[in-house]
Design a protein around this ligand. Sequence first.
Ligand SMILES: NC(=O)c1ccc[n+]([C@@H]2O[C@H](COP(=O)([O-])OP(=O)(O)OC[C@H]3O[C@@H](n4cnc5c(N)ncnc54)[C@H](OP(=O)(O)O)[C@@H]3O)[C@@H](O)[C@H]2O)c1
Length: 338
Amino acid sequence: MTDHRIPTARLGGQGPEIGAQGLGCMGMSFAYGPTDAKESQATLERALELGVTMYDTADAYGAGENEKFLSPFFKAHRDEVVIATKFALAVPPDDPTRRIIRNDAPYIRQSVEASLTRLDVDVIDLYYMHRRDVNVPIEDTVGVMAELVREGKVKQLGLSEVTAAELRAAQEVHPIAAVQSEWSLFSRDIEAQVVPAARELGVTLVAYSPLGRGFLTGSFANADQDLTADDFRRQQPRFTGDNAAANGALLDPIRAIAEAHGATLGQIALAWVQQQSQVHGLSVVPIPGTRKPTRVEENAAATNIELTPEELALLEPIAGKVAGDRYTDMRFTSAGRE
Ligand SMILES: NC(=O)c1ccc[n+]([C@@H]2O[C@H](COP(=O)([O-])OP(=O)(O)OC[C@H]3O[C@@H](n4cnc5c(N)ncnc54)[C@H](OP(=O)(O)O)[C@@H]3O)[C@@H](O)[C@H]2O)c1
């Protein structure tokens, strides 16, 4: 496998230069079935060698476990990595299996301290609001986040799954470095409003689930049959039953383009997201998630692939044909509130 070092991108208008592809670390502790700690650690180290500098986690990934797992790696490479974590998915006191969204000041303050302790670092490089609580004005939430910047606990601010209007209101309070939203060949709803707003405001678009949670690589075809009982993807409407079968057929053009490039399906899916940077004229940083060193090599090498206008045109209709939403409850996404 190639040792291709990835290019760089700027995080927000004034932010640091980072690897143009980040690493999603969620699956190392949470959501996607059994994990192997040693293999995940090797993946982190390999990613860094290849020029990946932004590592994405959240306090909610395994109820703090993911941040704790990543801490030794971050501490060993503190000056080389950009640590991105998130708050907002709270555990209600009466039911530890549920999550509620909280954007209020006491919760943000308690969350940042807990993340700093678990990560065992002095400062978080990029701190995101993970989900929006519509009962709290976004200006108030970002106001508290801005205080964390002034206090030196956080360097830059991000928002996940916000609408264009929410992003604009937030930016009035404090510069927002990044919006993190789902963006892939299967999930393109943010292109209507969020992407133009991010371009206009100089905000980096961090694309989560750029491999369609693995479906676009062909590594699973039906979540019910191919994934373990606790895998989160079994709750996502597009990956089960008739939807999964119909969506599998949508991979054919991706497969044909992959063959032409001597690439994998996943590499074409990632190259497409990366190329949206030129298509829409803004900084785009996909954060594919993997726990395997060979896959991080494969994913990093995708930054070397350039799709032709004809290939982009072949891929264009796919998202419009996907059967099933990306979440069971779309109210918690930007598209659900626009
Ligand atoms: N802000 C939010 O609300 C939000 C929501 C979801 C995710 N995220 C973040 O975004 C990151 C990435 O998203 P994601 O993990 O949901 O989805 P993704 O990156 O689209 O896909 C991850 C899945 O693809 C598999 N995979 C990765 N590279 C592969 C390759 N080259 N060949 C075959 N399979 C491959 C992974 O398996 P292995 O791990 O076994 O390799 C995993 O099952 C997460 O880790 C998380 O940090 C944020």
